[in-house]
Ligand binder design. Structure first.
Ligand code: UD1
Length: 455
């Protein structure tokens, strides 16, 4: 079926043609129509030049959800046009929130009476929809949010988030696939949010958002230290909250009676930074990344240097170059500031062509290795055993038809395709569009040859 789709770049809304005279407004989520796009990548070019990194997806999503905490207008700038952002805006709109978007600036006003339900239909598309739970409890004292279920990277429990909100006095019932949460009055408390696999980013942020409007003080012990947690706290404080220590393992929140509107520009995306850095190294190119925060990527930069890449940093730029074939390097994913799980797949692509064997240990999502089999189809030699993959470097990868399975796995396939001989066709790149803003345009501007082929 041929669908005519256009985007109104002023409002970033999508329109689909119904007849000569009529265009149907799909809102911000029209990108889903291009869901069947694929990439055709011609490998073999060295990437060179400058590229600017977008704002962090994983900071933007909870920040947009946090706008539910006030009836005043919030303005978030530098918001990347991602499918996940579109999903969050659609969820907010479905709750009665006014949302307008012009380019990268999103205005959110949650002034009307709010719907307090996040339905399965939206939550199943994006786990981060779960971030409305904390703000709804803080503002409305009630929330009904679908349980997200598992995803391509394995089981994703929510027990720590529930522990956090229950500690604040929320009554939680799990029924019909939904979390039914009620908290006529939230009260501050001390709560430990570290689980068997370490701290939880989602549980820390959700609890922090609910606690911002609770009575009294909340202490989150075993908090996730990721920069995105600190960034959400920065936004909450701009709204009038009192959050201290975010970005460390102990966060102190002094509840306030109400929050107001705020303007905010979220931090650069450290995962996009790392992905582009690998693109430079794997193609033996030289790329200067601007608008980034190398200090948010120390665990990753350390390992990248181990492969022989040269990495020069300033406060907001990172220049990555490589002259020869990568040396092998072992990685082991860990909570921040360790090696991020969200860069594991991309790094694996890099060591696939290293001179020797590397070990990749995944400690956060132990079965996150869907990309390994696809990389093998391109000639890589990856053997997965439990949560450990042994990657035996090969001289060359060869182009093949491969299937993207999740967001970061898709990025790994694009990176491998940049150096594979011949053409690689990557299907289902809608996974990529969830979290990278037109990655192919950024890479092509550096000399890559990637064609987006509409369905
Ligand atoms: C966030 C990121 C995701 C990243 C992950 C780990 C967003 C939108 N997503 O996901 O890209 O890969 O952090 O850095 O920001 N866990 C429990 N119980 C819980 C919650 C988590 O056992 O209630 C476990 C998870 O299974 C995992 C570990 O804790 O093993 C860390 O997960 P978590 O930090 O919660 O990940 P998310 O916030 O879902």
């Amino acid at each position: 079926m041929l669908l005519l789709l256009r985007k109104d770049y002023r409002t970033a809304r999508f329109l689909v043609k119904q007849s000569e005279a009529r265009w149907l407004d799909l809102g911000h989520c029209g990108q889903r129509i291009v869901a069947m796009d694929r990439f055709v990548v011609s490998g073999g070019t060295r990437l060179q030049g400058d590229v600017a990194v977008a704002s962090s997806k994983n900071a933007v999503l909870p920040i947009l959800a946090a706008c539910l905490l006030t009836d005043q207008e919030c303005v978030v700038s530098g918001v990347p046009l991602l499918e996940d952002v579109a999903t969050m805006l659609r969820l907010l709109e479905s709750m009665g929130v006014e949302v307008t978007r012009r380019g990268g600036t999103v205005r959110v006003r949650a002034s009307a009476r709010l719907e307090t339900e996040a339905p399965y239909d939206i939550v199943r598309k994006m786990r981060a929809s779960y971030y409305v739970l904390g703000p709804l409890l803080g503002r409305m004292g009630a929330a009904r949010v679908s349980l997200p279920g598992g995803c391509a990277i394995g089981t994703r429990p929510v027990d720590l988030t529930l522990r956090g909100i229950e500690a604040l006095g929320t009554r939680v019932r799990l029924e019909h696939g939904y979390v039914d949460a009620a908290a006529p009055s939230l009260r501050g408390a001390r709560v430990l949010l570290e689980g068997a696999r370490g701290p939880s980013v989602g549980a820390t942020i959700n609890t922090m958002m609910a606690a911002a409007l609770a009575q009294g003080e909340t202490v989150i012990a075993g908090a996730a230290c990721e920069p995105e947690v600190a960034d959400v706290a920065g936004f909450l404080n701009r709204m009038g909250a009192t959050v201290d220590g975010a970005g460390t393992a102990e966060v102190l929140i002094k509840g306030v009676g109400r929050l107001g509107g705020a303007e905010y520009h979220p931090i650069p995306d450290r995962i996009e930074t790392g992905t582009l850095a690998v693109a430079a190294a794997i193609t033996k190119g030289r790329v200067r990344l601007t608008n980034c925060r190398p200090d948010h990527l120390e665990g990753f930069v350390d390992r990248l240097r181990e492969t022989g890449a040269e990495v020069e940093t300033t406060r907001t730029t990172m220049t990555v170059s490589a002259k020869s074939r990568a040396r092998p390097a072992d990685i082991s994913t860990a909570p921040y500031p360790g090696f991020p799980t969200d860069l594991q797949a991309q790094f694996m692509a890099l060591v696939c062509t290293a001179e020797g064997a590397s070990t990749v240990t995944e400690n956060i999502f132990p079965s996150r290795f869907m990309h390994a089999m696809e990389l093998d189809r391109m000639g890589a030699k990856v053997e997965v055993n439990g949560n450990v993959a042994v990657v035996r470097g090969v001289d060359r990868l060869s182009g093949a038809q491969v299937m993207a399975s999740d967001l970061r796995a898709s990025a790994a396939l694009v990176l491998a395709a940049l150096v594979a001989e011949g053409k690689t066709e990557i299907l289902r790149i809608y996974h990529l569009d969830r979290g990278y803003e037109r990655l192919e345009q950024k890479l092509n501007a550096l000399g890559a040859k990637i064609e987006r082929v509409p369905h």
